[in-house]
Ligand binder design. Sequence first.
Ligand SMILES: Nc1ncnc2c1ncn2[C@@H]1O[C@H](COP(=O)(O)OP(=O)(O)OP(=O)(O)O)[C@@H](O)[C@H]1O
Length: 471
Amino acid sequence: MSETRSALIVDDEHDIRELLVLTLGRMGLRTDTAPNLAAAREMLGTATYDLCLTDMRLPDGSGLELVGEISTRFPGMPVAVITAYGNVEAAVEALKAGAFDFVNKPVDIHVLRGLVRQALELGERARRTSEEHSSRLLGASDAMVTLRNTIAKVARSQAPVFINGESGTGKELVARTIHAQGARAAGPFVPVNCGAIPTELMESEFFGHKKGSFTGAHSDKPGLFQAADGGTLFLDEVAELPLPMQVKLLRAIQEKSIRPVGAPGEVQVDVRILSATHKDLGVLVSEGRFRHDLYYRINVIGLNVPPLRERAGDLPLLSNAILQRLAQAMHRAPPMLDDHAVAALEAYPFPGNVRELENVLERALAMADGDSITADDLHLPAAPGAPRTMSPVITGTHPALPAGTPPPRDPRTVSPFETAGTALPSFIEDIERAAIQQSLQENRYNKTKTAAALGITFRALRYKLKKLGID
Ligand SMILES: Nc1ncnc2c1ncn2[C@@H]1O[C@H](COP(=O)(O)OP(=O)(O)OP(=O)(O)O)[C@@H](O)[C@H]1O
């Protein structure tokens, strides 16, 4: 626990607040204080705490109300109450309302310190559990339920699995889930981006090398196959493997052994192969760009991860889980998406899938002032291929949606001719903005690659991003 923990202290008695601030401060905690319920609520709206200590009797209500609110709004945050000595009923009520523990007045410093230590441990455990949840493949759509069921079956076997799906749909997460649910879970999971290894280093990266086998080989180095021994090797972007490397990989998979560069003999390896690509590998095989024998070897079981736009019903669940995770990392209370924001998300096609959703929400979280995220905060780009309209996609200027009101129209249906009558420079800027945003998504927000794809320099791209207000 290296980062500073924080506590909210709620008590109307100045002396008690001082005593608690001093004691918790000595334990290394940062503290905020509130003399009443209203102030406590305000503080909880702007910051997240690892612990709350509240008096039962407050000038504007009961500490019990706070206990209830905290348990619902911040389920992982322990709250303890300070009760008058001998008031057993109040203590029991507090525990029933969700308090973690209570401490009697006058406060015994020893008891208090023990309670704080336990509360922090409890919070830490809750945080870890929530992190485990966040690495789960979420979604209640039929497609995701089917995918999760298939994964559960596939995980039991040792067969190679080939995962296909657009960028950012969750292919790596699927691979990690197969590994985590299978018999090799205690072994290593080694992901490798096949498109990121320079061709000349590939053999050494996959199979390792012996000291002195080539210039720069200053010591023996095990390769990725050895690193994944007893576990899983995940070949991401497998379509990017050059043909000569495909031959070597096929051999290693068939023989279950590898020969490090410069080594005299073979080394046995026990590795399960999972692979993925967003490309159509069948087409690459028919074009002779991917070996059919390797294709059949890695594609014993094939899984398809559907794009987010085909399971828009998963958006609220996914968005809330992502916001919760991001807010927790920022020690903030997770904001809610308002109705317009949900409608805007559901109308947007998300070409970058869940990864793009994460980026959109991260930016929105940084922009949002209060407890909720509006459609304006989302800054959704125009749908790729469609010129941006003169007004933002979802302006957020609509009044709150009454129940039953249809959501704002789908930005994809906006006709480019709606731009007629607008000043030419602004029209051109909009087209430029749409092209840059599309290229950014296609290149996964890598600005160097985006600049290259657009045929402009990195500096020019940076200038345009600033000028067009894209960040
Ligand atoms: N169903 C899901 N539930 C929760 N998080 C998800 C889900 N799908 C994807 N994610 C998250 O979205 C992000 C992108 O997922 P991941 O890296 O697995 O996608 P990918 O398809 O492998 O992307 P690429 O093709 O670019 O390699 C990750 O942070 C992942 O945790």
